[in-house]
Design a protein. Structure first.
Length: 239
């Protein structure tokens, strides 16, 4: 691997403007960690994704719209009404991309939607709206400035995240209303919020497949643990 590994970043989608875009935090955090960020194409074509993965050493699964409940077998219109905006193009892409990442053992970091899409692709389910389905006193949907901590999580001991940022209480930012419900069989929990919501997972069978529910791409500017998470991804991609 190169000393400057290439990190593919899944695109953000603006339906109104019919455009793909990127929050600078994703690219900045990867670059500051020593990687070269590039945007992946928005496609569910296995051949195109395979060729794109040939060109990268690691991947970031970004945040974004809600995951379609149909992907985890909840087709009830009443359940779907709990969701916000969907992005079926990203759903289709990630349903192909995630298995390819697992098969190829590509170092991968999922963030916000990324942890949710990863969980669903590997056989898990989601809470579609925490305030209505799993209410608690913990505020998961923060307000600007988005780099500011909103709540704490408990980083579980003897996990890769604990080795990276330390076990115990960690203050994190947060901006989501969906979360992991049933954790996929191949994933293990690395952190939980005080109300028990899953905040980070990993796949032990992969050399590096982590995902967090919070937003280190916002917090990396002011938060050392967030920088350490991106550094861990780039180090794994470097091989």
């Amino acid at each position: 691997m190169s000393d400057l590994p290439v990190i593919g970043v899944t695109p953000l989608v603006d339906h109104e403007r019919r455009s793909l875009w990127m929050l600078p935090g994703y690219f900045d955090a990867v670059a500051e960690a020593g990687g070269v960020p590039v945007m992946l194409p928005l496609t569910a074509d296995p051949a195109l994704l395979a060729r794109a993965l040939d060109a990268v050493d690691g991947v970031v699964l970004t945040g974004g719209q809600d995951v379609d409940p149909a992907r985890y077998g909840e087709r009830d219109p009443a359940a779907a009404a709990l969701c916000g905006e969907l992005c079926l193009a990203r759903d289709a892409m990630e349903s192909v991309l995630v298995p390819a990442l697992v098969t190829r053992d590509v170092p991968t970091l999922g963030i916000c939607r990324g942890i949710q899409s990863l969980n669903v692709a590997l056989g898990g389910t989601l809470w579609q709206d925490l305030p209505r389905q799993r209410p608690s006193a913990v505020e998961h949907h923060g307000k600007p400035p988005y780099e500011e901590p909103v709540h704490t999580v408990e980083v579980l001991p003897a996990t890769p995240l604990a080795a990276c940022v330390g076990a115990g209480e960690l203050a994190v930012n947060s901006y989501h209303h969906q979360a992991l419900r049933e954790v996929a069989p191949d994933l293990r929990v690395m952190a939980e919020a005080p109300d028990g919501v899953v905040e980070a997972v990993w796949r032990p069978a992969s050399r590096f497949l982590w995902a967090v529910q919070w937003h280190p791409e916002f917090a990396h500017r002011v938060d050392e643990p967030s920088r350490k998470i991106f550094s861990a991804l780039v180090a794994a991609a470097r091989g």
